[in-house]
Design a protein around this ligand. Structure first.
Ligand SMILES: Nc1ncnc2c1ncn2[C@@H]1O[C@H](COP(=O)(O)O)[C@@H](O)[C@H]1OP(=O)(O)O
Ligand SMILES: [Mg+2]
Ligand SMILES: [Mg+2]
Ligand SMILES: [Mg+2]
Length: 353
């Protein structure tokens, strides 16, 4: 199945959300960032982008479920003047993003309906509360993946995937701060990555609708480089350094926030995306890996957990008991799994010896 309509709708929704997040960044004030219960940040832009994308999806596919990262709980109980203003700003940004004219290849604003009331937009955010599961159609949405990257002006991605009966069929990611040409870091920024299962991985700029095919290159061992999280709390940097020693990798790790790592890997930067657990029992979320893992697979790579097991998108909102994430091209991937096993064996011998 080609999912042509789903692809067009997802591209339009992600591009609208990316324009919104980019416009917010330059004007963001501290009061517009809230700390969630898990201590991670959420900003006015995360809420507004989720409102925009869920509104577009609900209009095009009213029956589809959505598993989105954010919920509107904080905005529904405005206990302080700051939250009242945050809610007003979310509403204004979302309505603005839904009503501005788009490029000719996108869904036109008129097709998205008239301005939404605050209640409609909060309801749109909360359409993302679906619990996930084994069967049926559902969208996985991360309105801003890498909120810390967004806040520091680094990499972040607006990530949307369609999952049907636990299998990711479509992935669309917008990376506003990623250069269109990886070899020209100071050139035009704003890349959209699109993958459809069985049809390949593609990239385009935000401004031109032409999709360019991505194929992961063969990488000689002396050019291996590890892609990993910038945040040491998100993946084990110490394991990564043991791993680099094991494979005699001399290049320093390429650290960046968000699923921009999958995007970079798919277009030939780095060679191995290594995300090993830090040991605090964090469960990876499906919206953090659905679109990126499909992109890498469609570009010719393999994505599994650290034991070589496939990622299971049918377990609910998380990937369950998965152990880390490994993405690499098909030649390198088995070597990575082997190296991880060897390090773990050495570590356990060290502990028992
Ligand atoms: N303790 C954690 N371990 C692993 N990933 C985390 C943790 N806390 C948050 N994340 C999520 O990891 C992703 C960012 O990882 P990376 O380090 O690859 O940029 C984000 O989705 C982030 O959420 P968020 O979407 O809120 O930014
Ligand atoms: Mg978050
Ligand atoms: Mg995320
Ligand atoms: Mg997020």
């Amino acid at each position: 199945m080609s999912f042509a309509l789903e692809k067009q709708v997802a591209i339009s929704a992600v591009l609208r959300a990316c324009r919104l997040t980019s416009s917010v960044f330059t004007k963001l004030v501290t009061a517009e960032t809230v700390t969630k219960n898990d201590k991670s940040p959420v900003t006015v832009a995360d809420y507004a982008a989720q409102a925009v994308i869920n509104t577009v999806l609900s209009r095009a596919f009213p029956e589809d479920a959505i598993v989105g990262e954010e919920d509107a709980g904080v905005l529904r109980n405005p206990g302080t003047e700051e939250i009242v203003q945050l809610k007003a700003h979310v509403v204004a940004l979302a309505n603005d993003a839904l009503s501005t004219p788009a490029n000719s290849d996108e869904l036109p604003a008129w097709s998205l309906g008239s301005p939404r009331t605050p209640e409609q937009l909060l309801d749109a955010i909360d359409r993302g509360q679906y619990a996930g599961g084994r069967t049926g159609r559902m969208w996985a949405l991360d309105p801003i993946d890498g909120t810390k990257g967004f806040l520091r002006g680094g990499q972040y991605a607006v990530c949307l995937a369609l999952i049907v009966d636990s299998v990711v069929q479509l992935g669309v990611m917008g990376c506003p701060n990623l250069p269109v040409n990886a070899d020209k870091p100071e050139g035009e920024k704003g890349c959209l990555f699109v993958a459809v299962r069985g049809e390949g991985a593609t990239q385009r700029s935000f401004t031109s609708p032409t999709l360019h095919k991505l194929l992961m290159p063969t990488v000689p061992p002396e050019s291996y480089q590890v892609l990993e999280s910038l945040e040491a709390a998100h993946s084990s940097h110490s394991f990564s350094s043991l791993f680099s020693n094991k494979l005699h990798i001399t290049r320093p790790p390429l650290r960046m926030d968000s699923q921009a790592k999958y995007c970079s890997l798919a277009r030939g930067q780095g060679a191995i995306y290594l995300r090993m657990p830090t040991g605090v029992g964090y469960r990876e979320k499906i919206w953090d890996h659905a679109s990126g893992s499909l992109l890498v697979q469609e570009a010719g790579g393999l994505v599994t957990d650290g034991r070589g097991l496939p990622l299971d998108f049918g377990l609910g909102r998380t990937l369950g008991e998965n152990f880390g994430i490994i993405a690499a091209n098909k030649e390198i991937h088995p070597k990575v799994i082997e190296a991880i096993k060897a390090i773990q064996e050495e570590e356990s011998k060290g502990k028992s010896g």
